[in-house]
Design a protein around this ligand. Structure first.
Ligand code: XBP
Ligand code: MG
Length: 258
């Protein structure tokens, strides 16, 4: 039976609720800077989240929601410039510590580190955004808690493609059977499952609740904390009320989706 060796975390929506009040306003500020009258509302952004990757999301918006816009000759450079400005706004926002980690995340990171379980990140977001969030929400030097950080354009195809999880597993030099993936979205679950993960813990949020999480081991509203148990949507509830290493080891032993 495989031993638990690593926890692999998605970032946006999983480590922290970054989309609605972080990435979305950062996109809007970049649009305003560029003199564009585009505005991504909370509702529209929910539609746009169907596509992962900020540059890909801008193109998806133009192709499906703003077809009247006459694109400049060099669309790649235009999108890249907008996205660079957006990353600047987003990381500046995080310097102020504006977006905390989700409940239970810090507790689980601490428990894993104390037990010698390795930590990794598999995300679609830009690497600077990961550094900024970790720097803002965790103690100095916490970026080094993570052995492997797979982010952004490091792989050709973003989630739901398996590329980023495959890349992280290769760099951890372990098999998917010895790891647990933490996700918040159907795109993320599809990516991890296609990379071979059987152990996938989903914590939903306002944008992802109700998505298809068939390939997940368990679906909860949060990781939970002592005294603040998680609500379990599908799968075996943690006996303690919150996701801890003991629960994750049981998942690994069971090895079957919810
Ligand atoms: C995250 C994303 C990212 C962020 C924005 O998806 O899709 O695009 O929304 O960051 P996941 P960038 O949580 O599944 O990894 O603008 O840097 O792409
Ligand atoms: Mg996510």
């Amino acid at each position: 039976m495989p031993q638990l060796e690593a926890l692999v975390f998605d970032v946006d929506g999983t480590l922290a609720d970054t989309e609605r009040d972080g990435h979305r306003p950062a996109f809007n500020r970049a649009f305003a800077d560029a003199g564009l009258d585009w505005h991504w509302t909370v509702e529209l952004y929910g539609e746009l989240l169907r596509v992962t990757g900020g540059k890909e999301r801008i193109r998806y918006y133009l192709n499906h929601f703003n077809t009247a816009f006459a694109p400049p000759a060099d669309l790649d450079a235009f999108v890249a410039d907008l996205h660079r400005a957006k990353t600047g706004h987003y990381t500046a926002m995080l310097v102020d510590g504006a977006i905390p980690l989700r409940p239970g995340v810090r507790r689980l990171l601490d428990e894993a580190r104390a037990a010698g379980i390795r930590l990794a990140i598999a995300t679609t977001t830009t690497p600077e955004n990961v550094t900024a969030l970790i720097g803002s929400a965790l103690p100095d030097g916490a970026i080094d808690w993570f052995d492997v950080i797979g982010a952004g354009d490091i792989v050709p195809d973003k989630k739901p493609a398996p590329d980023i999880y495959v890349w992280v597993l290769e760099h951890l030099a372990i098999s998917a059977a010895a790891a647990v993936a933490f996700e918040d979205s159907a795109n993320g679950v599809a990516s991890a499952a296609a990379a071979g993960f059987a152990n996938i813990v989903v914590t939903t949020n306002d944008y992802t609740r109700g998505q298809d999480f068939t390939a997940a081991s368990v679906v909860l509203d949060a990781l939970g904390e002592p005294g603040a148990p998680a609500d379990v949507v599908a799968g075996e509830p943690p006996a303690s009320g919150f996701v801890d290493l003991d629960y994750l080891r049981r998942l690994l032993a069971a090895g079957v989706p919810a």
